[in-house]
Design a protein around this ligand. Structure first.
Ligand SMILES: [Zn+2]
Length: 119
């Protein structure tokens, strides 16, 4: 799973995925030389969905996972919360499926949990 990276690195990761997608299409066409344009398009659409999912994953996770320089304070007791780890969840988007990642803080007193960025 990706951690925050510079814009140039995020772009490089995208270019790598795009190259990979194109190569897969080339391989597929090699294996299906009689394919109609519609069949090629259908295959490309599937690959596009995979690529878009990964692209958005990179775009979102690559900017921030919500890890704070200063740990947030508990809304209930005001105690400084501890970084428990990272929590990932799948998003079934219009353009593709992505796995997003968020920092996960827990209050040592109240078992309060917070994800950053919220939402
Ligand atoms: Zn608390």
């Amino acid at each position: 799973m990706s951690r925050p990276q510079s814009r140039a690195r995020r772009q490089a990761a995208f270019m790598e995925e795009a190259k990979h997608m194109y190569e897969k299409l080339e391989d597929w066409y090699d294996a299906h030389p009689q394919a109609s344009f519609g069949e090629i398009e259908a295959e490309a659409r599937k690959r596009r969905r995979e690529l878009m999912g990964k692209t958005l994953e990179q775009l979102v996770n690559g900017r921030t996972t919500g890890m704070q320089v200063e740990a947030p304070k508990c809304k209930q007791c005001g105690e400084v919360m501890g970084l428990e780890g990272y929590c990932g969840w799948g998003v079934h988007g219009l353009e593709g499926d992505s796995r997003l990642e968020r920092a996960y803080y827990v209050c040592p007193h109240c078992e309060g949990q917070t994800f950053f960025p919220p939402g």
